[in-house]
Design a protein around this ligand. Structure first.
Ligand code: CA
Length: 407
């Protein structure tokens, strides 16, 4: 696969995140106008409702107030037909439809789909080992189940917000290892988690295979699972994170389809313990996507989605084993994506080793997030002369409110 050329000139560079090869789905508005469904192409957005007559789906689906849920509820054949029609419409030589283009610079981006339910996994081995070592010691770093099942917890769809949304530092019940009693206060160890989010489209009502799970994934976004480490350390045993992860989860604004990521498929790392048959890899189901984190514009973390131990397909298959129904619009967080080196650590908790090894940045010394810090997640798969980008996943942390229970 090489760069596919478009009549939209800005889409024809090796650097643009949105060449014709990508065609990601988002929701945008102009000024005070209504929200509309769009496809990113170069520096522009194609307003799909304006070209609905030339697309092989009902015009109503392209005006879905939920976002792209209506399209995701169709069959994979419809997804493929829509992608083919969009690629033909925007290809070089096709009639130019400048009347349907809006500059991204003039648009505000919104949630690209309505999140039905949100589950977050813990499927990066470097991350699980790092955090387990800090919380429980090196001997007990990986829980005994970790190499056998992708563990996770059911999160809150209500907490998922789009890139650009400000994040308010939360209050919570805090107790450090040397404190005699818990106290009530603003989190002083507020953090990011660099993750990918997989969007489930095909619904299921019982256990599905890893292959079926892969087929049921529509696309991917970047995902920042904001985490209050001091709340988490006190509350997490035995039922896992709760309020520590409930403040917000930010996703990038464009759904990059599984189809656009096909050239970047890669295998999961070697299995350290053989998985039970229903969770075994049946082919390459991870993706080679270089990822970075910026703090106030400076890159502080570099890693890659291919570092995950479990693919989203394995996570989804495991999620259904109990009979748990999955619905279109379900969002699955991968778990924090760290790598073997210090600069690959996908959270500040790991980068500062629990605050014991503060690190220098152009904005000053950091262990955790300071008020007014802007954190950004970035991801771009590199093909032969082209890039498949996600658009940034950005959030600025605002100071905690005054004590919400005082006076
Ligand atoms: Ca997480």
């Amino acid at each position: 696969m090489t760069l596919l050329k478009s009549w939209v000139a800005s889409a024809n560079s090796a650097e643009t995140q949105f060449p014709l090869n990508n065609l990601p789905y988002g929701v945008f508005s102009e000024a005070d106008g209504p929200r509309r469904l769009g496809v990113a192409i170069g520096s522009q957005i194609l307003d799909v409702a304006r070209v609905a007559n030339d697309l092989p789906v009902s015009a109503e689906l392209l005006k879905d107030p939920r976002g792209w849920n209506g399209i995701m509820e169709q069959s994979p054949d419809v997804w493929a037909a829509l992608r083919t029609a969009l690629a033909q419409m925007l290809a070089i030589g096709a009639p130019e439809r400048n009347d349907a283009l809006i500059s991204q610079a003039d648009a505000t981006l919104h949630m690209p789909f309505s999140v039905t339910e949100f589950t977050d996994f813990y499927a990066g081995k470097h991350h699980a080992t790092n955090v387990g070592t800090m919380f429980r010691g090196a001997e007990n770093a990986l829980p005994p189940n970790w190499l056998h099942i992708p563990i996770g917890y059911n999160g809150r769809a209500s907490s998922v917000v789009v890139s650009g949304t400000d994040i308010r530092r939360p209050w919570g019940q805090l107790k450090g290892p040397n404190d005699d009693a818990p106290r009530w206060g603003p989190s002083a160890r507020f953090d990011i988690e660099l993750e990918m989010g997989a969007i489930v489209a095909g619904a299921s009502n019982g256990p599905i295979s890893v292959d079926q799970a892969d087929a049921n994934i529509f696309g991917y976004v970047l995902l920042n699972d904001w985490s209050a480490r001091d709340i988490q350390a006190w509350e997490y045993q035995p039922l896992g994170p709760f309020q520590a992860k409930a403040t917000a989860t930010t996703i990038s604004p464009w759904i990059v389809t599984k189809a656009a990521l096909e050239p970047f498929r890669c295998a999961t790392p070697a299995r350290e313990k053989e998985l039970l048959p229903h969770l075994r890899d049946t082919g390459p189901m991870l993706y080679d996507i270089p990822l970075t984190v910026t703090l106030n514009g400076e890159t502080i973390i570099r890693t890659n989605y291919k570092e995950m131990y479990y693919s989203a397909a394995q996570q989804l298959a495991h999620h259904t084993t109990s009979g748990c129904p999955m619905r279109t619009g379900d969002l699955l967080g991968s778990g924090t994506i760290s790598g073997p080196q210090r600069e690959n650590r996908g959270s500040l908790l790991e980068l500062s080793w629990g605050g014991k090894e503060p690190f220098e940045t152009a904005s000053g010394t950091r262990s955790f997030i300071e008020d007014s810090d802007t954190l950004g997640l970035h991801g771009a798969a590199k093909g032969d002369g082209y890039t498949i980008g996600f658009g940034p996943c950005i959030g600025t942390v605002l100071p905690a409110h005054d004590d919400p229970f005082k006076g």
